[in-house]
Design a protein around this ligand. Structure first.
Ligand SMILES: O=C(O)c1ccccc1NCC(=O)[C@H](O)[C@H](O)COP(=O)(O)O
Length: 253
């Protein structure tokens, strides 16, 4: 699946044009996650659809969802900007930034310097770089470019081998372990348990995907996760603010 996504992404990059710079305030992704009052900070994802689940939310309004996340007190928002597979858009991120005062991460398949430049122009506070999508040395180059442009980076891995390769090259400040198998789409929190053992103690660890309950959060926090990235389980709820509170506090509100 990742190969297919990346093949389409390369075609998109060939016709990519850079937008005007968005006039939006910056917020620190790392600091916000570190200052979470919960067992783990929440990165709540604006996600209309996905390759594994199809349409997740029919009555989708990206700004409404972003505002509800912000009102619910999430530590950060992740916006899927990929159009082809997730029905996202880069404008979604800029639109949301104008209405929220929490950091916003661009979730896309970033493989080229021009996408890093684009991410800064659309107003992202942070970007995702996927270990399985890039050679470790290329990932490091994009990582350095991002920090120079004022963007923080969540470095995501799906396997121990990928993480080992990256750690030979450099130590990212924020590491995400994705619980989703990119071939079968199955998710298991055991993935965080296994790979977390290799994450250096001074990195901020994020557990991503397949998190549905407060107990799931307690479980991955027990494996060392300081933050979680949650999309589907929140996007399926009618009352998003209430769903965030239930997920983070573990109480029926
Ligand atoms: O979500 C997918 O189906 C997917 C398929 C292929 C590559 C990436 C994919 N998702 C990106 C993500 O990592 C998730 O959107 C994010 O971690 C939230 O996951 P979830 O809470 O399970 O929606």
């Amino acid at each position: 699946m990742l190969e297919t996504i990346l093949a389409i992404k390369k075609q998109e990059i060939e016709r990519l044009y850079l937008p005007e710079e968005a006039n939006v305030a910056k917020h620190s992704f790392y600091q916000s996650l570190k200052q979470s009052p919960y067992a783990a900070g929440l990165i709540a994802e604006v996600k209309k659809a996905s390759p594994s689940k199809g349409i997740i939310r029919e009555d989708f309004n990206h700004v409404m969802v972003g505002k509800q996340y912000s009102d619910a007190g999430v530590q950060a928002i992740s916006v899927l900007t990929d159009q082809h597979f997730f029905q996202g858009h880069r404008d979604f991120l800029t639109d949301i930034k104008k209405f929220v005062d929490v950091p916003v991460m661009r979730k896309d398949f970033i493989i080229d310097p021009v996408q890093v430049a684009e991410s800064q122009l659309i107003g992202a506070d942070a970007i995702l770089l996927i270990g399985e999508a890039l050679e470790a040395s290329k990932l490091h180059e994009l990582y350095l470019q991002a920090y120079e442009a004022g963007l923080e980076v969540l470095v995501e891995v799906h396997s121990e081998e990928t993480l080992e390769g990256i750690l030979k090259e450099f130590t990212p400040k924020i590491i995400g372990i994705n619980n989703r198998n990119l071939h079968t789409f199955e998710t298991t929190l055991e993935q965080t348990k296994q790979i977390a053992k290799l994450v250096p103690s001074d990195c901020l660890l994020v557990s991503e995907s397949g998190i549905f309950t407060h107990e799931d959060i307690e479980q991955v926090a027990g494996y060392g996760a300081e933050a979680v990235l949650v999309g589907e389980s929140l996007m399926r709820q009618a009352n998003i603010k209430q769903a965030v509170e239930q997920l983070m506090k573990g109480v029926n509100v």
